[in-house]
Design a protein around this ligand. Structure first.
Ligand code: ADP
Ligand code: ZN
Ligand code: MG
Length: 493
């Protein structure tokens, strides 16, 4: 799809412009029940079964705010470094007509949102950058229109109202991002933070994380912003990046050819990689917001706020910094090992049990994740426990087995769930660190390769590798490499 974007303007023209991007992200909160009624939020129930008079918007039915939804929203807001609004935030009706919205309005928050003035730090090309978070507010979700899949879908649209009243938070960013990569990094970090504080699974396929992007471009060096468009239907990370790259190039092409950007909503089409105009500002909704009369202002007192604050886990950014500090990891490795809480927990348990946390990090990121990925397994399903991995690493560090041998033992650990020691004992794989035995084997190797010995003595130091290889071959990789090197040097003079 990148080719779609680059076909619009040559790269050197594109380079004269800078993109300005702000994201509006909806996150579905992982509550068991809906935000204003007791209906379950479970996914995949038969259509129109998780409904009641409240979420169907029947006359006279009154909403009751779900306390857990509020706590999760506050957690999310605190994790995004926001200030919780005092003395209260307020719900507001956003009025519009649509078949999947039986109430005729969405209950959202407008001029008094739950939280404001936050930020989230991203890392792009090794540079840290803070992206401002304008606001976090609570709202309910609408139902779903089903345009396909029925016998008479050519004539009818069906409606499933199970999703009506599912709790959402909307997180609006400042227009602080300057490239598709920064937007990608922001959404990624946002997702990670939400998962860490356990307010959402952020499963994009299930619509638990949805993203609209506001985009404009300006000549580099200019201070004022250009006219923005809003791109919708960005329901995967790949789509977000592709859509932004396309939209940025499209806007530059329009401006370069003397045109102007019209403020409009555009829809991303994943099949073509293009964005298409949907409605312009003249056709924008007037939502006639007004304070929700059926709900009291939302006050979060100090005691409640402190209780929520105290329940916050370590956030990904803090964890990354601590991994670098405490275990001496490289920044990149710390980033990989904190991609999920489960992975970071695995690493920490193994690191705590081992003498060499950095070696543990390498094994986790390399062999372990590689093997799990090949089998489609999660880290929580690893047949090798963190303690078992730590033991393997310490056997290498302690010189009991070579790294090469460890690479042979590890797949066996994965296959059987047995410890390295068990496998070593059973298969007699212990490292040969006995100088006498090794000396004998080395003598045999040297005797069998007189030509190479001559080359080495003639100054070709590189032949040393060949000898080490031969000794390893003769010992099935069990020879202690340091000792082999030492003995070879002595013997070859
Ligand atoms: P609107 O009035 O259209 O809702 P807002 O000012 O509320 O616009 O901003 C909505 C989103 O658009 C925010 O995420 C904001 O960061 C972003 N945004 C605002 N202006 C621009 C711009 N010129 N270019 C890109 N994004 C912008
Ligand atoms: Zn209900
Ligand atoms: Mg706005």
């Amino acid at each position: 799809m990148a080719s779609t974007a680059s076909a619009l303007v040559p790269p050197e023209v594109l380079a004269r412009y800078e993109a300005v991007i702000g994201l509006e992200v909806h996150v579905q909160l992982a509550t068991r029940t809906k935000i204003f009624c007791a209906c379950p939020t479970s996914f995949g129930a038969p259509p129109n079964t998780n409904v009641c008079p409240v979420c169907l918007g029947l006359p006279g039915a009154l909403p009751v705010l779900n306390r857990q939804a509020v706590e999760m929203a506050v957690k999310a807001a605190l994790a995004l470094n926001c200030t919780i609004r005092r003395p209260y935030s307020q719900f507001a009706r956003k009025n519009y007509f649509y078949p999947d919205l039986p109430k005729g309005y969405q209950i959202s928050q407008y001029d008094k949102p739950l939280a404001e003035h936050g930020w989230l730090e991203i890392l792009v090309d090794g540079k840290r950058k803070r992206i401002g978070v304008t606001r976090v507010h609570l709202e309910d979700d609408a139902g779903k229109s089903l345009h396909e899949g029925f016998r008479d879908s050519d004539r009818f649209t069906y409606v499933d109202l199970n999703r009506c009243g599912t709790p959402l938070i909307e997180i609006v960013s400042e227009p602080d991002m300057r490239s598709a990569d920064e937007a990608y990094a922001y959404l990624n970090e946002l997702k990670l933070v939400m998962q860490y504080v356990e307010v959402s699974s952020c499963d994009m396929e299930k619509g638990h994380l949805r993203c609209d992007a506001n985009v404009s471009v300006r000549p580099r060096g200019r201070q004022t912003f250009g006219t923005k468009t809003e791109v919708k239907n960005l329901n995967s990370f790949r789509f977000l990046k592709q859509a932004l790259e396309y939209e940025i190039a499209r806007q530059v092409a329009v401006i370069e050819s003397g045109g102007v950007i019209t403020q409009e909503t555009r829809l991303y089409n994943p099949d073509t990689g293009e964005t298409v105009g949907m409605r312009t500002k003249e056709h924008a909704h007037d939502y006639r917001y007004f304070p929700e009369p059926d709900l009291l202002p939302l006050r979060i007192n100090d005691a409640w706020l402190e209780r929520i604050r105290a329940s916050m886990p370590e956030l990904p950014a803090q964890k990354r910094a601590r991994f670098v500090e405490q275990y001496g990891l490289r920044e990149y490795d710390a980033q990989v090992l904190t991609l999920t809480r489960a992975l970071s927990d695995y690493f920490e348990r193994a690191a705590a049990a081992s003498r060499d946390p950095r070696a543990v990090a390498n094994w986790v990121m390399g062999d372990l994740l590689g093997a799990l990925k090949a089998e489609g397994k999660e880290i929580t399903e690893s047949p090798v426990s963190p303690e078992q991995l730590a033991e393997l690493v310490d056997l290498i560090v302690g010189g009991e087995i070579s790294g090469k041998l460890a690479k042979e033992i590890f797949p066996k650990m994965l296959a059987t769930g047995e410890s390295a020691r068990t496998i070593i004992e059973r298969e007699g794989l212990r490292q040969i660190s006995d100088a006498e035995t090794l000396s004998r084997i080395i003598d045999e190797v040297l005797a069998a390769n007189p030509k190479q010995v001559e080359l080495y003595r003639g100054g070709k130091a590189g032949v040393m590798g060949f000898f080490v290889g031969q000794v390893m071959k003769a010992t099935r990789g069990q020879a202690n490499p340091q000792l082999v090197n030492q003995l070879l040097k002595e013997k070859l003079g």
